[in-house]
Design a protein around this ligand. Structure first.
Ligand code: 13P
Length: 287
């Protein structure tokens, strides 16, 4: 059964580990992530960006696919399905479609408007038993055409949004989506520390989890991060494994062109990446 992310993240924050949000792109991705979570007895959050939502034929299709898999694959660990960087309209659509969690990304609005829209969504989510993530300070890099500057959030603005009653808070701390550039300055632990001091028990969310060095991930968890989003690393692992299969000419041997064979190495690569992250985040056996 799908659950809201609230309880799993409160437990993670109290237990000093983080739950991974792994973004899904299709059936193979979803299956790989769910099986890995079950095999490792870990809670998990399936992230869906608005672009991926369109690609997978809409939020209702996704909810149907995920619910079907939970039943058919006997998945018993806590699973949340979460809209990633949602617009206000996108949030409304996901609420209707049966998502168990949403992120409203109001970071590009003036803080007053971000507060007003977030406040409205807090009330709706509370009524529906869904969890809500808010964002302060744009996350850098490009995601679905949304470009941010890798800024650091203002801790006072973080407190203002946290106090509205959201369940988790994403705050820019110099992190960016996608591959990190060679000259990346690293995470701003000073900013993270100041945010955590003002927001207390609020589970903090680290976006752009791909390619952050392990010691920085561990330090971020120590400083209150309880949810880490990973997308690009699974995509790179899938692409590399598929490339290797085709470059070795395996699609030309026997029935190697069958998509169930051709996509299998990519699925295994996603599983290995997700497992590695669950180990690093400390969520194994925390279901
Ligand atoms: P990466 O693609 O950098 O892992 O970021 C994922 C993310 O933050 C989704 O919101």
């Amino acid at each position: 059964m799908l659950v809201s992310a609230k309880e799993m993240l409160q437990k993670a924050k109290a237990g000093h580990y983080a739950v991974g949000q792994f973004n899904i792109n299709n059936l193979e991705w979803t299956k790989a992530i769910l099986l890995t979570a079950q095999e490792n007895n870990s809670p998990v959050i399936l992230g869906v960006s608005e672009g991926a939502g369109k690609y997978m034929c809409g939020y209702k299709t996704i909810v149907g696919m995920v619910n079907g898999m939970l039943e058919e694959l006997n998945i018993t660990v806590p699973v949340a399905i979460h809209l990633d960087h949602g617009s206000y309209d996108g949030c409304m659509k996901c609420i209707e479609a049966g998502f168990s969690s949403i992120m409203f990304d109001g970071s590009h609005y003036p803080i007053e408007e971000n507060v007003a829209k977030t406040r409205e969504l807090v009330a709706i989510c509370a009524e529906k038993g869904m969890s809500l993530e808010a964002e302060v300070g744009a996350i850098g890099g490009e995601e679905d055409g949304v470009v941010g500057k890798g800024e650091c959030a203002d801790p006072n603005e973080c407190k203002a949004i946290a106090d509205l009653g959201v369940d988790m808070l994403a705050a820019g701390i110099g992190n960016i989506h996608g591959k990190y550039p060679e000259n990346w300055a690293g995470l701003s632990f000073e900013t993270l520390d100041a945010i955590q001091a003002l927001t207390g028990d609020m589970p903090l969310v680290l976006h752009g989890g791909s390619g952050i060095p392990e010691d920085m991930i561990k330090k971020a968890i120590d400083l209150g991060v309880a949810k880490i989003n990973v997308n690009t690393e699974c995509q790179l692992a899938f692409a590399a494994a598929t490339r290797e299969y085709i470059e070795a000419g395996k699609d030309l041997q026997g029935k190697g062109f069958d998509p169930r064979k051709l996509l299998a190495p990519g699925v295994e690569a996603i599983k290995a990446t997700v497992k590695e992250k669950m180990e690093l985040f400390g969520s194994i056996n925390k279901a």
